[in-house]
Design a protein around this ligand. Structure first.
Ligand code: ADP
Ligand code: TRP
Length: 336
């Protein structure tokens, strides 16, 4: 249900373009994200390409990943007329604000950020002399840039996973430092909306993740998708043995893509005994059907990068226009 308040609030989220999206990203981030933005009158979604620069240092690759993320969200149903979609690096005001914010941010905030701390711990446990080994200023300042992403748009709500909550808290703290330093309530304090974590398993039963290489990518060719689904780990229970859908990786995935009636029907077949090969075939068909329209749309978009560029540029122009009054206020507050 949409509340009065939400109608007038601004929701904003960023996605780091670091590689192909998979079914876990779709079920854990894209689908719930689309449902959420639909509840707000003002919504912004951007591709955090310059955040990705801390790891992706190849222009062609960064561009490809960026277009893939844009095409994925659009193909899955994001309406650019309702939600402003843009590329972070097309909005220079974000980087201007990041510098200003860095001047009111105590260094200690960054020392406490999870990603940086994890890197330091890794260096210590590996016995490296330099605890900052492999830490670029980009990695260190990452939370300041994220604060600028959020604060520039008077954002109220930032939907994030558990791992990003600290970053939103840092953005709040930085906003308060800024407001205190420059007199008054200039920057709005955002709040994190934590997604309920539903973990989608991958081919081997562990969490589906690029880092495990166990993912099923979105928008695959039919043959390749079938081949991958056939690789999902199963045990050696014979086909005729009754099976419990409650501890079945295949069933867990199937129910995400099939209708309630089909899910029930499969549960009944589990009880009666069904071969894993047949379940995989059903799963393959359900996934393929679920994404058939989106896959066609995705291919169409990826075949026309100029059209994607146009959508992103238009979004950036709208985002900049939206940010301008606040940016002017900030400039006036800091330099008169
Ligand atoms: P990966 O682990 O493949 O690198 P990311 O960390 O880039 O994925 O995740 C991007 C978004 O997708 C996050 O919001 C995360 O919660 C969601 N996500 C990724 N994998 C899964 C999964 N297996 N189940 C549920 N959500 C997931
Ligand atoms: N750091 C986020 C991630 O890794 C991506 C991101 C960048 C973001 N800027 C943001 C998310 C602003 C929400 C709001 O997933």
């Amino acid at each position: 249900m949409q509340t009065e308040k939400q109608q007038n609030e601004t929701v904003l989220t960023g996605i780091k373009p670091t590689g192909d999206q998979h079914l876990g990203n779709y079920l854990g981030a894209i689908r719930p994200g689309l449902d959420l933005v639909a509840q707000f009158r003002h919504s912004l979604l951007f591709i955090a390409d310059f955040h990705a620069l801390t790891t992706v240092q190849n222009a062609a690759q960064l561009r490809e990943y960026t277009l893939q993320i844009a095409a994925t969200w659009l193909a899955c149903g994001l309406d650019p007329a309702r939600t402003i979609i843009y590329r972070q690096s097309d909005v220079p005001e974000i980087f201007e604000l990041a510098w200003i914010l860095s001047c009111v941010t105590p260094k200690g905030f960054m020392n406490r950020a999870h990603a940086y701390k994890a890197k330091v711990q890794e260096n210590q446990s590996e016995g490296r002399e330099d605890i900052d080994d492999g830490v670029s200023m980009g990695l260190y300042n990452y939370p300041v840039l994220m604060a600028a992403d959020i604060l520039l748009f008077n954002t109220d709500v930032v939907p994030v996973g558990e791992d990003q909550v600290q970053h939103v808290e840092i953005a709040r703290d930085i906003a308060q430092k800024f407001n205190r330093a420059f007199g008054g309530e200039i920057l709005r304090l955002p709040r994190a909306l934590v997604k309920t974590e539903k973990v989608i398993p991958g081919l081997d039963g562990r969490k589906m993740s690029k880092s495990y290489g166990n993912q099923i990518p979105l928008f695959m060719e039919s043959k390749a998708l079938r081949k991958l689904v056939m690789k999902i780990k199963t045990d050696s229970t014979p086909p005729e043995a009754p099976k419990n859908p409650k501890d079945s990786l295949l069933f867990d995935l199937y129910k995400e893509f099939a209708s309630a009636a089909d899910t029930e029907a499969l549960a009944a077949r589990y009880a009666a005994g069904i071969g894993w090969g047949e379940v995989k075939e059903l799963l393959f068909q359900a996934v393929e059907k679920h994404f058939s329209e989106a896959t066609a749309h995705y291919r169409e978009l990826m075949a026309k990068p100029a059209e994607l560029d146009r959508i992103l540029s238009e979004g950036a122009a709208r985002a900049r226009e939206l940010a301008l009054p606040l940016m002017n206020k900030i400039r006036k507050a800091v330099r008169g």
